[in-house]
Design a protein around this ligand. Structure first.
Ligand SMILES: NC(=O)c1ccc[n+]([C@@H]2O[C@H](COP(=O)([O-])OP(=O)(O)OC[C@H]3O[C@@H](n4cnc5c(N)ncnc54)[C@H](O)[C@@H]3O)[C@@H](O)[C@H]2O)c1
Length: 322
């Protein structure tokens, strides 16, 4: 298939591009490099450095050859920043996304796959979270992801484009060649590994008085390769649906730190700071639906495997992509 990936120079987009190439698909990446890294894009892909809402560029990509599927990863993804600057998030995650979607409809793209987030659920009523859980986001990031989800479903209904909405939990880990290099980094596993590598003094723990066994927040970590594989299954399924994408089991902040200490052989210095507003005690997704409908199962089910892969990449690339 010919696949257009927006945000393919970013963490999850680049790993998905790599897997698509390995699976013999043709991949075009469009990325404005606002966050991503040029050398994260596999060399077999055509890289167009442009905004995913650049109508003229999109017209020329669609005119050059049939695009069977679009995978839309491009977005701004910092929850805290979204609270301070919601305009940036509505512009990029909603308006830019809709410009792209309009072009896809205009050029009769068959399938659109959207990177959504567990942030659309807000504070869930039950754990593990299933897809029928109420979506009540508690920050603009989650709101913009939900706004685009809803638009996509209405577009599919009216214009016949097929869609998959994949609501990821916490992406983590690395492949042999590609890993996580966000600047600033806000995700727990790379932050823990920066401490282990001596690049960061201490790790902040945002609240140790939650109603969880060790008092720290519990999250569901999913390996980036497992996310990439789910995209290909969704693309090939011919179905329109939404799926949670998590491991189905949660690990607390303390458990992640302990596992990282064991893998790296380094002690992680921590400092407890207060809770962050809007942080639910536990976020764990049920991946029963995607297992049953698409036959997806995580290959990296244990936190040790996920952290080990990230640590290997970190050791090989101490400065990330720079
Ligand atoms: N990382 C996670 O744990 C996680 C969890 C849930 C959902 N998601 C979603 O998955 C997607 C990818 O996340 P990621 O961690 O790989 O992020 P990332 O920041 O590493 O990648 C996003 C890429 O999109 C590009 N981009 C942003 N806006 C663009 C635009 N208007 N035009 C062209 N390129 C643009 C950036 O330069 C970057 O390369 C995002 O949509 C994010 O919301 C990520």
């Amino acid at each position: 298939m010919n696949v257009l990936i927006t945000g393919g120079a970013g963490y999850i987009g680049s790993v998905t591009a790599e897997l698509l190439v390995k699976s013999n698909h043709n991949v075009i990446v469009i990325d404005n490099l606002s966050e991503g890294h040029k050398n994260a894009v596999p060399k077999q892909c055509d890289l167009i450095i442009a905004d995913a809402a650049d109508g003229k560029k999109l017209d020329s990509v669609f005119a050059a050859g049939r695009i069977n599927a679009v995978m839309h990863f491009a977005a701004n993804c910092y929850v805290g920043e979204s609270v301070k600057d919601p305009a940036k998030y509505y512009k990029n995650n909603v308006i830019c996304g809709l410009t792209l979607l309009n072009k896809c409809v205009q050029h009769k793209v068959g399938t659109f796959i959207f990177s959504s987030s567990c942030a659309t659920y807000g504070v869930p009523g039950k754990i593990p979270i299933t897809e029928d859980e109420k979506q009540l986001p508690v920050n603009p990031y989650g709101e913009t992801k939900l706004a685009f989800e809803k638009a996509l479903v209405w577009y599919a209904n009216a214009y016949g484009i097929r869609y998959s909405i994949l609501r990821y939990f916490n992406a983590a880990g690395a492949t042999e060649n590609l890993g996580e290099d966000h600047r600033p980094e806000t995700h727990l596993i790379p932050l823990v590994l920066e401490c282990a590598a001596g690049k960061r003094e201490t790790l902040e723990i945002f609240g140790a008085d939650y109603d969880t066994p060790d008092g720290t927040c519990i999250r569901d970590y999913i390996h980036v390769s497992d996310i990439a594989r789910a995209h290909i299954l969704a693309m090939e399924s011919g179905l329109s649906d939404c799926y949670n994408l998590g491991n189905g089991s949660g690990y607390s902040v303390m458990e992640v730190i302990k596992a990282a200490e064991k893998i790296t052989g380094k002690k992680i210095k921590t400092v407890e700071t207060g809770r962050r507003e809007g942080d639910p005690p536990a976020l764990v997704g049920s991946s029963k639906k995607i297992s049953e409908k698409l036959g997806w199962k995580p290959e990296f089910a244990s936190i040790e495997k996920i952290i080990s892969s990230a640590w290997n990449w970190h050791k090989k690339n101490p400065e990330g992509y720079k």
